[in-house]
Ligand binder design. Structure first.
Ligand code: 5GP
Length: 192
């Protein structure tokens, strides 16, 4: 997806060797026009599929998931919560995630009310790095008896191992920009 790659090259900042900071357009300030293009691109890629619900994880996935949902007949978006709260149902699907950007473990939760057996679920997230977040969502959807249509990722870092891990779950992965390397602050994309 050329406009996304161009934007990453223009405004993305490489932190250390493995973190790509995109908070001027994706993670903090959001460029809604770009997000809209991203939503349309996911529609193109998963166009042949029936999607009942979109599943993501708070917080960066929510914007992308909501804009994408508009291109799938405004299906509901469910976001896994990272914090326990009194107003979260007690019956939840849970999965433990390791965040390497924060260097800590956390548990994500989705109320059992919102995923039904047989639901066709599209999983969306902003990044695929080591695969822990996406894998957690895949596990939750599977535990609920849902069918996973695929995993849609805005930016995949191919030098990490998320894709390999997700492939063991037999899910289709569509990444809109695949970063091959980020050495010396230089972002290099994989060829299409
Ligand atoms: P994973 O679970 O695949 O290791 O990491 C995915 C999650 O970590 C994403 O939900 C994203 O929020 C965060 N993440 C991973 N790598 C990066 C990165 O390079 N930049 C940013 N901004 N977030 C990242």
């Amino acid at each position: 997806m050329d406009i996304l790659k161009e934007r990453i090259l223009k405004d993305g900042k490489v932190i250390g060797n493995d973190i790509l900071k995109v908070d001027s357009f994706l993670n903090h300030q959001i460029d809604v026009k770009l997000l809209n293009e991203i939503g349309m691109e996911f529609r193109k890629r998963f166009g042949g599929e029936i999607v009942d619900k979109i599943l993501t994880v708070e917080s960066s996935g929510i914007g992308v998931a909501c804009i994408t949902a508009q291109y799938f007949d405004f299906v509901p978006v469910i976001f896994a919560k990272k914090h326990e709260a009194f107003n979260l149902d007690t019956e939840t699907y849970e999965s433990d995630i390791f965040s390497f950007t924060k260097n800590k473990n956390y548990r994500i939760r989705v109320s059992k009310k919102y995923i039904n057996p047989g639901d066709k679920i599209l999983i969306i997230d902003d990044f695929l790095a080591n695969g822990s977040a996406s894998l957690g969502l895949v596990k939750i959807a599977k535990e609920a008896g849902a069918k996973i249509v695929g995993v849609g990722i805005v930016i995949e870092k191919a030098f990490q191992h998320g894709r390999k891990i997700l492939e063991t779950e037999n899910v289709r992965i569509e990444s809109l920009a695949i970063v091959k390397s980020m050495e010396k602050g230089l972002v290099i994309f994989e060829e299409n």
